[in-house]
Design a protein around this ligand. Structure first.
Ligand SMILES: Cc1cc2nc3c(=O)[nH]c(=O)nc-3n(C[C@H](O)[C@H](O)[C@H](O)COP(=O)(O)OP(=O)(O)OC[C@H]3O[C@@H](n4cnc5c(N)ncnc54)[C@H](O)[C@@H]3O)c2cc1C
Length: 654
């Protein structure tokens, strides 16, 4: 039953929830599949063998989708083994089993084959219904048009320069990073007069109002600005629904180039103070801005940190180019304890490439190297539209096998870890448990999971693994019929500090190979929306926990209502009608998103030096090595690759 308001929002339109239910059914209904759909080993059902199995086209709740996390949560809650029964042996034996089919796990398989030989037998276990981990592909069909979206990892980019190892993989995959400008229609949105805007919402600022964004204060901007700076400031100061004092303070914050808010201290002394002070405190106590200014900027660092300015150090805000530091004469070299995201590096900035499905293209190119029949084609441009054949991922006789929908639940040496010749890996798949054996095992999964599946590890290592609290995020893709409302309102992206999603933006206009981006406002497009759930006021890790619980406990229906409502309130005056214009919604829920990165506000060891938890966490143990971006406490693709390289080095040395 839907009320009048729900009907206006289009909540009664069946498309999103119908497909969502199908998506779940594909996962949990596998036991009802025809008997032909079995894996080669011991009666395992294998929906992946069906020609209809194609996860990228599923819409609704993706990311940590229903069916992917329940096993791991029951391990955490101590209930799994009560119902698991005795695991059945598959009889399979491998040279290497990798837990986790994200970029780190796939890179580990790639490196192992390079070092140990292509005939080595490798099994990758992945709990989701698709490979790639955070590097997730979303597909949409609107009319006759096929559109892609990035459900997670957005691009090849990193604040620090890519290592030679990571660059080497990118080159081997045939990706020519320097060629990116030729694929992106940089001036497209500007040519239609679109520019980034801020949405002031009624609950936070007293009225719903869309106002031009005078200067970047957050993520979600993909296009150049169609309106000159002075005109933007003029319009912002005239129209923003904040008090006259707040406007003056906002202007002063961005434009005062003389004021030193910590006079009498050396640059190092100032940085030491800023490292210990949140940016919110810097604004209120030192710059003394109106509280409405703090509200506008509150969510500005969400895209990088997953928390707001209450939990980001002022020194990091300076590194990120936030306003207020122009007159403070800070020496440009990075200060002690800076978060790695906040350390600017020109060399790194040049190394950028965005595929229409984000780094899912990297995952797909790695799969093509490992199992050529699974992804047809032979270039890093044809991969964009190549259709993956999931039936090829786990074939008898293939040296590399990728087993989706399979959660590793126990990893244990056969005998004393110091002298064992094998590791037994137990995994759960559609309610049953199975075992395989391997000469080596690489755990390329999230570190918080490892203590639950690998009981043998020493206590201090488990503690360090537990501490890798992930940053939760929602990456939502909404397919819409056209972007004429964006054109009417002159909007390319929206920063919305008080709304459910704190940014949304028209898709990056990239055309690669046979894939062509939306070229004109009357064509369908994908809008990308981002939310990093958190609880301002708490320490960063606690905010991540609260955010994780929140998105696990929020139904897709509630998220959908929030999405439709937000789009309607922001774009309604331009003619946007969520009931008519929205054709599909995919919420990529990542309760375990970015790797936690250390910073001076919350991690004393980071400011004071000494061994970091990730160094303790990633120690090899017998025949088990540990990879994943968590192993470097750095939420970037290059780190996922670097850590895979290190882990493979450990198992192949000598
Ligand atoms: C929304 C989002 C956007 C991002 N954007 C960028 C970006 O633009 N650029 C960038 O460089 N980085 C980005 N990142 C960081 C990204 O995490 C890394 O780039 C990289 O993809 C991480 O790869 P990984 O293999 O280490 O981890 P993951 O991709 O998380 O892969 C680990 C896999 O292990 C699986 N797993 C866990 N436990 C088990 C188990 N018990 N059994 C089987 N499988 C298990 C997980 O489900 C997961 O699929 C982003 C991350 C997120 C969440």
């Amino acid at each position: 039953m839907h009320g009048k308001k729900d009907k206006q929002l289009g909540m009664d339109r069946r498309i999103t929830r119908r497909d969502f239910l199908n998506g779940v059914a594909l996962t949990i209904g596998a036991t009802a599949l025809p008997s032909a759909l079995f894996l080669g080993c011991e009666h395992q059902t294998a929906p992946e063998q069906s020609p209809d199995y194609y996860p990228p086209a599923l819409i609704g709740m993706r990311g940590s989708h229903p069916g992917s996390f329940e096993t791991a949560h029951s391990l955490r809650d101590g209930t799994f083994w009560q119902h698991a029964g005795t695991p059945r042996s598959t009889g399979e034996s491998y040279d290497l089993v990798i837990v986790g089919g994200g970029i780190s796990g796939l890179s580990a398989a790639h490196f192992f084959r390079k070092i140990a030989g292509n005939n080595k037998r490798i099994l990758i276990l992945e709990n989701h219904d698709d490979f790639g981990g955070h590097a997730k592909r979303n597909e949409f069909t609107v009319g006759t048009r096929k559109m892609l979206g990035y459900g997670g990892t957005y691009s090849i980019e990193s604040p620090a320069p890519y290592s030679e190892v990571a660059k080497g993989v990118i080159e081997e995959l045939g990706i020519d990073v320097a060629s990116y400008p030729k694929y992106v229609a940089k001036g497209l949105y500007g040519s239609f007069g679109l520019t980034p805007q801020i949405f002031f919402d009624k609950k936070t600022f007293g009225s719903d109002k869309l106002v031009i964004n005078p200067q970047r204060v957050g993520g979600g901007e993909t296009s150049e600005r169609a309106v000159p700076t002075s005109e933007r400031w003029k319009q912002f100061l005239a129209n923003a629904p904040i008090s006259a004092k707040a406007k003056r303070d906002y202007d002063r914050l961005f434009h005062d180039e003389k004021k030193d808010y910590l006079p009498g201290l050396s640059s190092d002394e100032k940085k030491a103070r800023l490292a210990r002070m949140s940016y919110a405190k810097f604004l209120t106590d030192l710059v003394r801005v109106d509280e409405q200014v703090v509200k506008v900027l509150q969510t500005a660092p969400h895209d990088l940190f997953g928390v707001g300015i209450d939990a980001v150090a002022a020194q990091d805000a300076w590194g990120l180019g936030f306003p207020g530091f122009a007159g403070m004469k800070l020496n440009p070299t990075p200060g002690k304890g800076m978060n790695r995201d906040a350390i600017p590096n020109e060399q790194a900035e040049e190394y950028f490439f965005h595929f229409p499905d984000g780094n899912a293209s990297i995952a797909r190119l790695l799969i093509r190297k490992l199992i050529p029949d699974a992804i047809p084609g032979n270039s890093a441009t044809d991969v964009v539209t190549a259709k993956a054949n999931y039936a090829k991922l786990d074939e008898d006789g293939s040296p590399v096998r990728i087993r989706l929908n399979s959660t590793a639940v126990r990893v244990k040496h056969e005998g004393d870890p110091a002298s064992a010749k094998e590791v037994e890996i137990t995994y759960a798949r559609f309610g049953k448990t199975y075992t395989v054996r391997a000469a080596h095992c690489i755990l390329a999964c999230w570190h918080v999971v490892i203590p639950y599946i690998c009981d043998e590890l020493p206590g201090p290592q488990k503690k360090a693994l537990y501490s890798a609290a992930k940053v939760p995020l929602l990456y939502t893709n909404v397919a819409i019929k056209d972007w004429q409302a964006f054109q009417k309102l002159g909007v390319s992206s929206v920063y919305a500090p008080g709304c459910y999603h704190t940014t949304f933006t028209l898709d990056v206009p990239v055309s690669i190979g046979d894939y062509h981006c939306s070229q004109a406002p009357d064509q369908p497009i994908v809008i990308h929306m981002m939310k990093t759930p958190c609880k301002p006021g708490l320490p960063a890790r606690d905010q991540h926990v609260a955010g994780r619980i929140e998105i696990f406990n929020t139904s897709f229906e509630t998220m959908e209502r929030n999405i439709r409502d937000q789009l309607s309130r922001t774009l309604g005056s331009g003619g946007f009608d969520p009931a008519q214009d929205v054709t599909a919604i995919t919420v990529n829920r990542w309760p375990h998103g970015y790797a936690y990165e250390y910073n001076s506000l919350w991690d004393d060891f980071w400011l004071n030096g000494g061994e970091t938890p990730c160094e303790v966490a990633r120690q090899p143990f017998g025949r088990i090595s540990i990879a994943n971006a968590d192993a470097g406490a750095y939420a970037y693709t290059d780190e996922a690759i670097n850590q895979a390289w290190r882990a493979v080095g450990e198992i192949t040395k000598g």
